[in-house]
Design a protein around this ligand. Structure first.
Ligand code: SF4
Length: 403
């Protein structure tokens, strides 16, 4: 039996701005197996973070998940949803986009949790770090997987409904219980914070960047999630601390067996952490496969460009190689009806201007790419002339105006 824990199909997330519709995530497909570390890599602006927010149901107005499905495997949750939302359940899988928002929200923290890019702006500066982690513990312990079932995830009198009502009725009684505070200290210890009991009483500004990132991981672990989404978890840190945080995530994954979706622009981080990888460009995955498939047998020229821009410490190159140009505008009326990478692609051919390529399997069914080169050999004689894209753009504009 397949052990897919997350199956995303044809996911599209759009932002409706005054300038027009922005297709931040476009027809996105992804399957993640239980216990694996899947990396999504790509430049800034390629849609990686919006994908993470879409999975977490955290896209805010003017953004909206407009189509697709996000199926999550959880037999208990599937049983709880089967009667009330039969169309959303298939076997042990539940389509999260076909159930009410409050039911999705009940999974946040306990099933899905997220480490955000910038820990300094993610913690409340007026509360101690320990209090904030304890709050996350408290919320998760009181969370109900199925809001209709009335079955609370309680683990003792400290988390009972009576205790919650008492804390609301008596202002002197703290919402955060002693049990949650103790758990917060334990979590700080798990992520390697020295003197966790003392550090729990300190405020975010008293922590270094690396320690705050560890504290954020502790907070994300509070609900013992099935899937941890780590969005650029090491971007703001120096290389030594980066390595420590990656080691920590590695150890936690090994100990708990949780599934990790790692979002990064850093291929070194992907190589160090991931089992499989998806390369994202202009809102879609353009190549995906195992590390070997993508690093050693890459097909898509964008993947090759990313790999080529990694500094070679042993080579003699004097300059770093870069991919010329920028990620295209994702405004709907500006997105061309051709391969989105064509105007930056050193291997673009006439074929690439006719229509966007679809996925084609390359080598194995699990190594797929959205590029015509998956089906044909690159022939330099077929390469586009330098001004072909300009001519194509002019023809499109003229055609549009004459209509
Ligand atoms: S489809 Fe064509 S333009 Fe697009 S990446 Fe492949 S070779 Fe380049």
């Amino acid at each position: 039996m397949s052990d897919d824990i997350l199956r995303i199909s044809n996911l599209s997330t759009q932002f409706f701005t005054s300038e027009g519709q922005v297709n931040a995530v476009d027809d996105f497909d992804l399957t993640i197996e239980r216990g694996e570390v899947f990396g999504i890599v790509g430049e800034s602006g390629s849609g990686k973070s919006v994908t993470a927010l879409s999975i977490m149901d955290l896209v805010e107005s003017p953004g909206e998940v407009t189509s697709g499905s996000i199926e999550y495997r959880n037999p208990t949750f599937a049983d709880a949803m089967r009667e009330s939302h039969p169309a959303a359940v298939e076997g042990e899988m539940v389509d999260l986009l076909a159930i009410p928002e409050e039911a999705r929200r009940s999974l946040r923290g306990t099933s899905f949790s997220m480490i955000f890019q910038d820990p300094e702006s993610s913690f409340n500066p007026s509360l101690t770090v320990g209090e904030q982690i304890a709050e996350a513990v408290e919320v998760q312990q009181r969370a109900t997987p199925n809001p209709r079932s009335g079955e609370a995830r309680t683990r003792g009198p400290e988390y009972s409904l009576r205790s919650y009502v008492m804390s609301m009725a008596l202002p002197s009684k703290r919402y955060v219980s002693e049990e949650s505070k103790a758990k917060a200290i334990e979590l700080l210890k798990t992520v390697g914070i020295p003197d966790p009991a003392q550090r729990a009483d300190e405020y975010p500004h008293e922590y270094s960047g690396g320690m705050l990132q560890r504290a954020m991981i502790a907070q994300a672990l509070a609900g013992e999630p099935d899937i941890l989404i780590a969005d650029e978890p090491t971007t703001a840190l120096d290389v030594t601390i980066q390595a420590q945080i990656l080691d920590l995530l590695d150890d936690l994954q090994e100990e708990t067996g949780m599934t990790i979706l790692l979002i990064t622009h850093n291929l070194g981080v992907v190589a160090r952490m991931c089992d499989r990888v998806g390369v994202m460009y202009a809102g879609e995955i353009v190549e995906r496969g195992t590390l070997e498939d993508v690093f050693d047998r890459s097909v898509h020229p964008y993947t090759e460009g990313l790999l080529g821009s990694v500094p070679d410490l042993e080579g003699t190159a004097e300059r770093l190689r870069s991919i010329p140009g920028n990620v295209p505008s994702l405004l709907d009326h500006e997105m061309p009806d051709r391969c989105y990478f064509a105007d930056r692609c050193p291997k673009a051919m006439e074929e690439c201007l006719k229509k966007p390529p679809a996925y084609a399997a390359e080598g194995s069914a699990n190594h797929t790419t959205k590029c015509y080169l998956a089906e044909m050999e690159y022939d330099p004689n077929q390469a586009l002339e330098n001004d072909a894209l300009e001519r194509e753009a002019t023809a499109t504009t003229d055609g549009g105006e004459s209509q």
